[in-house]
Design a binder for this molecule. Structure first.
Ligand code: KDG
Length: 339
């Protein structure tokens, strides 16, 4: 099978049960997540080799995180151990007019205190077809940013396709720092994934007449930004998920992709949200799965958006949708009605 390597942080995720608020919860549900770990798991679910690279503390919490993704078949052999701690994030899931809330407790996590020499990229990329990371990893620390750059360079030197999900996280770094670092990293990237807000914040591309805070679809604005991104970085493909936010419980969900000549807007799904954390990662993993398996861009985008529509219905960060479920959903009209 094709081999997809991802690099990033895996965190312990502690979420309030059901829709409870932080202040009322007497217990928290345990799972694990992190943008790039989420992608590695989904890749394995579709039958490919997903290899996840990170650093976790040499203690039972680090081991538990490794065990968790191993059970879905992720190759964890290159994970470094050491450093102080596993990062944690707390989640309170919103509903209707109440938005979700995330609280990070991840400063000083092992992956932020990492040396490039802890990884042997020759071995990691042996037989690899694809390397994926996100804008979260370089936001963790200067050392993590240096590691991300080294990994992208090593992948490119070996002729491996590289992708990045811009994933701007305002709680982790400033716009200015993000722009400086992401502009540097994007030189090594073939496939750039994000949303318009990401492109604006992390790369400084401003689209005409769009208010990204309104969550309204503005395809012309996106197209304009994609063309600017293509001109500056020469990406092979640019993709963005598009969210029409009706409430914290309901979204219209689709994607726009571009190969430098053609734009393609996928089918729009009407999703009733159970847990939208990781939906961007599900799109990224579905799009990567499609492209690495030889699907044309438009079909890969439809696969990605169907996969991520299904993710919205599944609690936790990870997408446990199967290949057949995604393919079946792709045949429907996007309404989510049982056919
Ligand atoms: O994309 C999903 C991520 O936001 C989630 O897994 C947590 O990695 C995370 C982050 O840094 O926000």
């Amino acid at each position: 099978p094709k081999k997809v390597v991802t690099l990033g942080e895996i965190m312990l995720r502690l979420s309030t049960p059901g829709f409870e608020r932080f202040v009322q919860a007497d217990s928290l549900d345990v799972t694990y997540g992190g943008g790039e770990a989420n992608v590695a798991v989904a890749i394995c679910n579709y039958g490919l080799n997903g290899t996840f690279v990170t650093k976790v503390p040499d203690n039972p919490l680090g081991q538990a995180a490794i065990n968790h993704i191993r059970r879905y078949g992720v190759d964890t052999q290159f994970i470094a151990r050491g450093g102080k701690r596993l990062g944690i994030y707390f989640l309170e899931t919103g509903a209707s007019m109440r938005a979700s809330q995330v609280v990070y407790d991840r400063a000083g996590a092992s992956i932020s205190d990492v040396e490039i020499s802890e990884f042997d990229f020759d071995k990691i990329f042996e037989g690899a077809d694809w390397f994926h990371t996100t804008g979260i990893t370089p936001a963790l620390s200067d050392k993590a940013a240096a590691l991300t750059e080294a990994a992208l360079k090593a992948a490119k030197a070996k002729g491996i396709t590289t992708s990045i999900d811009l994933n701007y996280r305002k709680k982790l770094w400033s716009k200015e720092k993000a722009r400086e670092v992401m502009t540097r990293l994007c030189q090594y990237v073939d496939v750039c994934i994000g949303n318009e807000e990401d492109a604006e914040t992390t790369l400084g591309f401003v689209s005409k007449g769009t208010d990204v805070t309104k969550g309204e679809l503005n395809l012309d604005g996106y197209k304009d930004v994609f063309q600017q991104m293509k001109a500056k970085f020469g990406f092979k493909y640019i993709a963005s998920t598009l969210r029409e936010s009706y409430s914290a419980s309901d979204n219209g969900w689709s994607a726009l992709v571009y190969d430098g000549s053609n734009f393609y807007h996928t089918k729009q799904y009407e999703v009733r949200i159970v847990d939208r954390v990781g939906s961007g990662d599900s799109f990224a993993s579905g799009f990567i799965y499609g492209l690495v398996s030889g699907m044309p861009m438009n079909e890969a985008a439809e696969f990605g958006v169907a996969a991520s529509a299904l993710k919205h219905t599944i609690p936790g960060d990870l997408n446990h949708a199967t290949l057949n479920e995604v393919k079946d959903l792709m045949k429907g009209d996007g309404s989510g009605r049982v056919q």
